[in-house]
Design a binder for this molecule. Structure first.
Ligand code: UD1
Ligand code: UDP
Length: 366
């Protein structure tokens, strides 16, 4: 059983790490299964700190194919990926194409595979924001509808698929990002020096990330976020590892969040450094999907800089508050995140193992 895993963007390297490891382990324990993986990197993310740093830190295998697609409009990016992925699939003839999440690399992988008659397995299937303005929502819906195996992280995701008439091939396995976090937290604590490098004390800073197109591609929305950070910085510094898309937007709108003690812009950081910064933060402000979940898993309150979220459970549990981008709403939300009891919403760290087993035992759909 040959699996072609297709990745390209930062969160996909983090999601793929536990799955690759589980595939490798399954193959060692069941040599007769013939289970093996080839890794395809589309090149959607390419800066050292957006890509290679994760391969090194998470000990991901070197991609068997690197398509070097890079940045561009959605159509350009997806088009180039389709051509590259199709060539790999025709050459390798895998039994499964395994795609992760909701990026352009996800959609291109799924679409190329569907047309090459390679069945698609989707990790993080069934998530919906119900906001069709987001490119990610289009990517998710289309990917799910061409997938034969749909690995859902939550019951909400299973229900979303059922509402769209998808029930066959659906598996509630938990969230591979929870696997990644549990697998890395201890080592992160042992090796990360990020708090001392930045001279931070636990609970005495806010941590922020911003990269959603709806926030970065709109000067007013990004301006609201920056203004809110400035205000919050009056009580505790805001530490902001800046995504390259956001760095460009801040520069082009001449939005300077007065770098210094109040709002500290830093380059994107490694996963383990990020886990440590998250864990010790007073509160996290973010529009990232992955970071919302990590905040919950680490027991850190979160304010989400969006109007909706795919990770509803974190809001229902009282640990995440949706604040959009209006300055006063953000500032108000920070002082009113109502914590509640935390239960394991995203599985027990065994999602990747289940995925490997299902891939190994699943026969190709007719
Ligand atoms: C993409 C995903 C988003 C995901 C995010 C994770 C899509 C449509 N969006 O958004 O769902 O949450 O990745 O981080 O697939 N850039 C660099 N260096 C890099 C990568 C990007 O400078 O290594 C800059 C380029 O100017 C590029 C811009 O960032 O145009 C946006 O990159 P892109 O991959 O198109 O989308 P993301 O915003 O990263
Ligand atoms: N992350 C990281 N370094 C950073 C910012 C984020 O390692 O500087 C990690 C974060 O901990 C999470 C993942 O990247 O595991 C989330 O990716 P991102 O926010 O880019 O995308 P999303 O989850 O919104 O698709």
């Amino acid at each position: 059983m040959k699996v072609a895993s297709i990745v390209g963007a930062r969160p996909q390297f983090i999601k793929a790490a536990p799955v690759s490891r589980a595939i490798e382990r399954y193959a060692q324990e069941h040599p007769d299964s013939g289970l093996r993986e080839i890794l395809v990197h589309t090149g959607q993310h390419y800066d050292y700190e957006m890509s290679e740093i994760f391969f090194r830190e998470l000990d991901l295998k070197k991609p068997d194919y690197h398509l070097g697609v890079g940045s561009g409009s959605h159509a350009h990016q997806i088009g180039e990926m389709l051509k590259g992925i199709e060539a790999v699939l025709l050459e390798e003839k895998p039994d499964w194409a395994l795609v992760y999440g909701d990026t352009n690399s996800t959609l291109a992988g799924a679409l190329a595979a569907a047309h090459a008659h390679v069945p698609v397995a989707h990790v993080e299937a069934g998530l919906r924001s119900f906001n069709r303005g987001m490119p990610e929502e289009t990517n998710r819906v289309l990917t799910d509808h061409v997938s034969s195996l749909l690995f859902c992280p939550t019951e909400t995701a299973v229900k979303n698929l059922a509402r769209e008439g998808i029930a066959v091939g659906v598996h509630l396995v938990g969230d591979v990002m929870c696997d990644a976090l549990l697998a890395n937290l201890e080592e992160a604590g042992a090796i990360s020096t990020i708090l001392s490098r930045l001279e931070l004390r636990p609970r005495e800073y806010f941590l922020a990330t911003v990269h959603r197109a709806e926030n970065t591609d709109d000067a007013e929305r990004l301006g609201g976020i920056v203004e809110a950070f400035r205000k919050l910085g009056g009580s505790y510094p805001v530490i902001w590892p800046v995504h390259p898309r956001t760095r460009q937007a801040l520069e082009s709108y001449h939005l300077s969040p007065s770098p210094g003690a109040v709002v500290r812009l830093i380059d994107p950081i490694s996963y383990r450094d990020m886990l440590m910064l998250e864990k010790a933060a007073r509160l996290i402000l973010t529009d990232s999907g992955g970071v919302q979940k990590e905040a919950y898993l680490l027991g850190v309150p979160c304010v989400t800089l969006r109007e909706e979220t795919e990770w509803l459970e974190t809001v229902q549990a009282g640990w995440n508050r949706l604040a959009g981008v209006v300055v006063d709403r953000i500032v108000d939300a920070v002082s009113h995140v109502p914590r509640g009891p935390r239960r394991p919403l995203y599985g027990d760290g065994g999602a990747a193992k289940q995925i490997a087993e299902i891939l190994a035992n699943g026969s190709r759909p007719a």
